[in-house]
Design a protein around this ligand. Structure first.
Ligand code: FAD
Ligand code: PHB
Length: 389
C-alpha cells in the first residue's frame, strides 16, 4: 500500500488531520487499534475553544455541532462558600466556548471520512513505524489477520500518550518534561438536566469539584480523588454526597439522576520536544498531556494538526519545507502556554494537602481573578483560546 500521509490513531488529532488533508486534496490512510464503537464512546473532553469550533466548521464537519452544541459565554469559580461569575466573552473580545462532547466530534469526523469513502482502518494490531529518516517512511501492521505495509511520504503520530510513535524515536533525541499530580478526577455522566447554566469550578476543603454538561439532559460532573482511587468504594450515593458537599450553596439545588458512566482519570503534565523526527510528526496527546482543569487537551490536538496540515499543504503545492521544518517550534509556543495555564488552574483549584500557606495562596489567587479585571481577562483569554500565539 502507498499513500501520501500515514496517520496512526483515530482520535481527534488523527481524524481532524485526515479531514483537513482531504479538503486540500492530499491522500491519507488512518489506522486505529481499537474498534469504531470504542473510539466513538470514549468519554473525555467537552469544551471546544472558538478556534476549534471554527476549524471544524471550515472543514465541513460542523453542521451537527452547530445544531446541538451549546455556546457558553462564561464560567463560575466557587470558593469560600461563594460562586463568582467570570464573563469570558466580555473579557475576551466576544470570544466564547462551545459545549460539545469529544465523542460527538469523533463521530462526526468518522462519519464524514466514511461518507467520502476514504481509508480508515479500525482494529489494526502490531503497529510499528520504520525508516523515519528516509524519504519513504513505512508503517507495518496487521489487519484482518494479514500483515500490511504502508509506504508514505510522511507519518503523523496521532496515537495518544500510550501510542507507539513517540517511543519509536531513537533515545537521546527527545527531551521530555513531566509533572505528576498526587490526585485524579472521578468523573460521572448523569441522566439529569444540568443544575446551572454554565460550568462551575469549585475549590473546597474536601477537594475540587467541577460541574459540566453534555446536553440539556446530560450532566458531566467530577470530584477530585486519589489517582489510584478504587471505583468500588464509590457507590452512586457517595458521589452525589461529595458533589453536594463540595458545590452546595444556600438557595441552589444540585439535582441528582441516574449515573450512566463512571471513571477515574489520573492527572499529569507532559511535553516531548521536538515534536518531529525525520518524516515522523507527533500531534496531540502523543506529544503532550495537560491536566484537564484548563479544558485544553483536545483543543491543543486540533491546533497541532492545523499547523501540520498547513505545512503539508505548502510542501505538496510548492515544495517548500519551511512549514514542516518549523512544525515543532510553531506548535510548542501554544503547547507551553496551555501547559502553564492548565498547571495554574489545577494548582489554584485542587486540595494540595494540609499546608495552610498553600491554601492561603490559592484563596488569594481566586479572590484576585474574581475581583481584578486584569487578572480575570488573563484567565478568560487563555480559557477561550489565545489568538495571538
Ligand atoms: P487520543 O484521543 O488519545 O487518540 C489517540 C488514538 O490513537 C486513540 O483512538 C487510540 O486508540 C489510538 N492508538 C493508540 N495506540 C495506537 C496504535 N499503536 N496504533 C493505532 N492506534 C493507536 N481536552 C479538552 O480540550 N477539553 C476538555 O474538556 C477535556 N476534558 C478531558 C476530560 C478527561 C476525563 C480526559 C481523560 C481528557 C480530557 N481532555 C480534554 C483531553 C482530551 O480528551 C485529549 O487531549 C484528546 O483526546 C487528545 O486527542 P488525540 O487525538 O491526541 O489522542
Ligand atoms: C468536561 O465537560 O468533561 C470538562 C469540562 C471542563 C474541563 C474538563 C472537562 O476543564
Amino acid at each position: 500500500m502507498r499513500t501520501q500521509v500515514g496517520i496512526v490513531g483515530a482520535g481527534p488529532a488523527g481524524l481532524t488531520l485526515a479531514r483537513l488533508l482531504e479538503v486540500a486534496g492530499i491522500e491519507s490512510v488512518v489506522i486505529e487499534n481499537r474498534d469504531r464503537d470504542y473510539v466513538e464512546h470514549r468519554i473525555r473532553a467537552g469544551v471546544l475553544e472558538q478556534g476549534t469550533v471554527e476549524l471544524l466548521r471550515e472543514a465541513g464537519v460542523g453542521a451537527r455541532m452547530d445544531r446541538e452544541g451549546i455556546v457558553h459565554h462564561g464560567i463560575h469559580l466557587q470558593f469560600e462558600g461563594e460562586r463568582h461569575h467570570v464573563p469570558l466573552s466580555e473579557l475576551a473580545d466576544g470570544r466564547s466556548i462551545m459545549i460539545y462532547g469529544q465523542t460527538e466530534v469523533v463521530k462526526d469526523l468518522i462519519a464524514a471520512r466514511l461518507e467520502s469513502g476514504l481509508p480508515l482502518l479500525f482494529e489494526v494490531d502490531d503497529v510499528t513505524v520504520h525508516d523515519l529518516q528516509t524519504e519513504l517512511p513505512r508503517i507495518r501492521f496487521t489487519h484482518d489477520g494479514a500483515a500490511q505495509e504502508l509506504e508514505c511520504d510522511v507519518i503523523a503520530g496521532c496515537d495518544g500518550f500510550h501510542g507507539v510513535c513517540r517511543p519509536s524515536i531513537p533515545s537521546g533525541i527527545l527531551r521530555t518534561f513531566e509533572r505528576e499530580y498526587p490526585f485524579g478526577w472521578l468523573g460521572i455522566l448523569a441522566q439529569v438536566a444540568p443544575s446551572i447554566d454554565e460550568l462551575v469550578y469549585a475549590h473546597n476543603d474536601r477537594g475540587f469539584a467541577l460541574l459540566s454538561l453534555r446536553s440539556p439532559e446530560l450532566s458531566r460532573y467530577y470530584v477530585q480523588c486519589r489517582p489510584d482511587e478504587d471505583l468500588a468504594e464509590w457507590p452512586d450515593e457517595r458521589i452525589w454526597e461529595e458533589l453536594q458537599l463540595r458545590t452546595g450553596l444556600a438557595g441552589w439545588t444540585l439535582h441528582e439522576g441516574p449515573i450512566l458512566e463512571k471513571g477515574v482519570t489520573g492527572m499529569r503534565s507532559f511535553v516531548a520536544e521536538p515534536m518531529q523526527h525525520g518524516r515522523l510528526f507527533l500531534a496531540g496527546d502523543a506529544a503532550h498531556i495537560v491536566p484537564p482543569t484548563g479544558a485544553k487537551g483536545l483543543n491543543l490536538a486540533v491546533s497541532d494538526v492545523r499547523i501540520l496540515a498547513d505545512a503539508l499543504i505548502d510542501w505538496y503545492r510548492s515544495g517548500t519545507t519551511a512549514g514542516l521544518d518549523g512544525y515543532s517550534n510553531a506548535c510548542l509556543r501554544r503547547v507551553w502556554r496551555a501547559e502553564h495555564f492548565s498547571w495554574w488552574m489545577t494548582s489554584m483549584l485542587h486540595k494540595l494537602g494540609e499546608d495552610p500557606f498553600d491554601l492561603q495562596l490559592q484563596l488569594s489567587q481566586l479572590r484576585y481573578v474574581t475581583s481584578s479585571q486584569a487578572a480575570a481577562r488573563s484567565l478568560a483569554e487563555n480559557y477561550v483560546g489565545l489568538t495571538t500565539l
